[in-house]
Design a protein around this ligand. Structure first.
Ligand SMILES: Nc1ncnc2c1ncn2[C@@H]1O[C@H](COP(=O)(O)OP(=O)(O)OP(=O)(O)O)[C@@H](O)[C@H]1O
Length: 242
């Protein structure tokens, strides 16, 4: 259930967003770390077939996304930076609509989302209109939604950005639990260094290049740094400035 990314290049007109990017994401919780503009969303767009591949390829468990995008998309759960919920529908209506798109009956959707929404403290808001929820609660609905079709892969693009501390903690803890309990391959993209734990597999992207990859603790020791913050600064800033 790994995701293998081979020699990806991506250009927007004459702006290079990704340069010869290769890595393998194994089952579990993987962190893609990079500053604004590093190329994280571009990579997510390629992983979800939102943009055509220009060079390189991506295989999900051996299957090329360019050849069978629809088959891969059925196995993908995605949370983008911008909400894609219908604000005028209730939480339940949004979730059953998504379920219907995947051929899943409302009763089954309810069975699947009840434990997730309960864990995320949102079950009592099930019949509220999404417009009435704050940003953190909307993001929790999106987390519940991306699990309805029981995907094998979960891709989250800065899922906690702009949220209050409690929402951030709740969401990341929930996703980490999923990685532990279910055999899913999860890619968590962020520029928030405090979201990284020492045993996380870490992929650091800067100016479109993967400048480091490996277990966080191994990278700390390899580069003789004491914290993720120091490591990140060491790797991303010209040494003269450190
Ligand atoms: N539609 C576009 N047209 C032109 N350039 C783009 C476009 N989208 C992104 N870029 C550029 O490509 C580079 C990578 O952008 P991308 O959005 O993938 O980075 P990111 O790491 O996701 O940043 P952020 O954390 O701000 O979302 C940046 O230099 C950005 O300005």
């Amino acid at each position: 259930m790994s995701i293998v990314i081979n020699n990806i290049d991506f250009m927007y007109r004459n702006k290079r967003a990704l340069a010869d990017l290769s890595c393998t994401l194994a089952p579990g919780f993987n962190v893609l770390l990079g500053p604004n503009g590093a190329g994280k969303s571009t990579l997510l767009n390629l992983l979800t077939a939102q943009r055509p591949m220009q060079r390189g390829n991506i295989h999900f468990d051996g299957v090329d996304i360019q050849k069978t995008p629809r088959q891969i998309m059925q196995q993908l759960g995605v949370v983008f930076q911008q909400t894609t919920l219908d604000l005028d529908l209730s939480v339940f209506q949004n979730l059953t609509y998504f379920g219907a798109l995947h051929g899943i009956k409302a009763r089954v959707v309810l069975e699947r989302i009840t434990p997730v929404l309960t864990q995320l403290g949102l079950i009592e808001r099930l019949h509220d209109t999404v417009r009435d929820l704050n940003e953190g609660h909307r993001r929790r609905v999106e987390i519940a939604r991306c699990m309805i079709h029981q995907p094998r892969y979960l891709l989250l693009d800065e899922a906690t950005v702009g949220l209050d501390v409690d929402s951030r903690k709740l969401i990341i803890e929930h996703i980490r639990l999923l990685a532990q309990q279910q055999a899913m391959t999860i890619l968590w993209t962020t520029h928030l260094l405090d979201e990284v734990q020492e045993d996380d597999p870490l992929y650091i992207l800067n100016h479109g290049q993967l400048i480091a990859q490996g277990k966080c603790e191994a990278l700390l020791s390899e580069h003789q740094q004491d914290s993720v913050f120091d490591l990140y600064r060491w790797l991303t800033q010209p040494q003269g400035l450190v």
